[in-house]
Design a protein around this ligand. Sequence first.
Ligand SMILES: *Cc1c(COP(=O)(O)O)cnc(C)c1O
Length: 433
Amino acid sequence: MVTTTSFNTTKSEEIFTAAQKLMPGGVSSPVRAFKSVGGQPIVFDRVQGAYAWDVDGNKYIDYVGTWGPAICGHAHPEVIKALQEALVKGTSFGAPCVLENVLAEMVIEAVPSIDMVRFVNSGTEACMSVLRLMRAFTGREKVIKFEGCYHGHADMFLVKAGSGVATLGLPDSPGVPKSTTQATLTAPYNDLEAVKALFTENPDSIAGVILEPVVGNSGFVPPDAGFLEGLRELTQEYGALLVFDEVMTGFRIAYGGAQAKFGITPDLTTLGKVIGGGLPVGAYGGRADIMAMVAPAGPMYQAGTLSGNPLAMTAGIKTLELLKKPGAYEQLDRITKKLAGGMLKVAQEAGHDVVGGQISAMFGMFFSNSPVHNYDDAKKSDLQKFSRFHRGMLESGIYLAPSQFEAGFTSLAHTEKDIEQTLAAAKEVLSRI
Ligand SMILES: *Cc1c(COP(=O)(O)O)cnc(C)c1O
């Protein structure tokens, strides 16, 4: 364990101890607290490219990428330069700004389902707004979501919500009124029959179905063949809307998101993470006739003081420009395939039961001996072993998401050498856990 002897996190521990007196759990968002893997979280000092440095000077190869946005690598020089230029013109206008047109055009051109788009400040905001829009357009109240899918922390979605909630073992959250969630129906992911049954029971009252077209919030779980197609047909049959929450998958699974990759066009789409290039941006968009409901064009109210601000738009525009360059997604796929395939191989060689995979720049591995098609399958993983793996990797300079129920992310900044170093560390850690 040569690599672990120099691992010192004294400063991180000091800062996090102080933070716990200042902020609930010491963090601004729950999964950062390492609750599910134990031990204290690492306090970051700076990030650049594929790397993060903590306050004690340890360097990590980062596969969290600020939970998705850093797909071009952290602090990309072109993004930073564009931001510096935008900054001096002011950070927020509260008035129309031509940069909104630029990003809107890029999003509309890229994402098959989007004719018109509304910018907001987070994925949560995008999803809560899209839900209101689904209900406003259809005049129906019920919505189907899937167990283990996360659509932000709005009340109506805090039912079997995966990731952060799953990690903390909270089935629901106190403070969410029953009256709010009783219109939220749930089904297991990849279970078309369960969705059919919900439609049969509620033929005229379901506004739509919302899902992660590739799940990242129960760990990495791709859709089974026919699942997305089946949802498209069912929603059409019952006059309900199909909504892809592409906050994680948008511009990651492909430039046009999972809908471009799988060739299934939903009615509405939510975006976040990558579209802000590390600044707070979310968006929802879709068919023009549905988007025409949104105020001030239509009666469905939704607003935001900082929405579409020039800094956030600039980071988004630059990030999409970088991703649009020929070969970007081929590079992401090649690097991630090498990582995910290599990880499964070294784990199996060390005698562990593992399943996992990768699509484009999103990957995952479960410590499990059976395939994972949904959240219940994911929960069968050996979480203790994952904790030991996570800690071992951290001490070897590899920063993985601190939960078995999170997907991993790569970026254009990750090199073959980074992947090789990661696999060498994994091999060593997996031999002793
Ligand atoms: C991260 C995420 C959200 C919430 O986005 P925030 O910007 O954290 O509010 C919603 N849906 C999915 C699929 C996500 O991965």
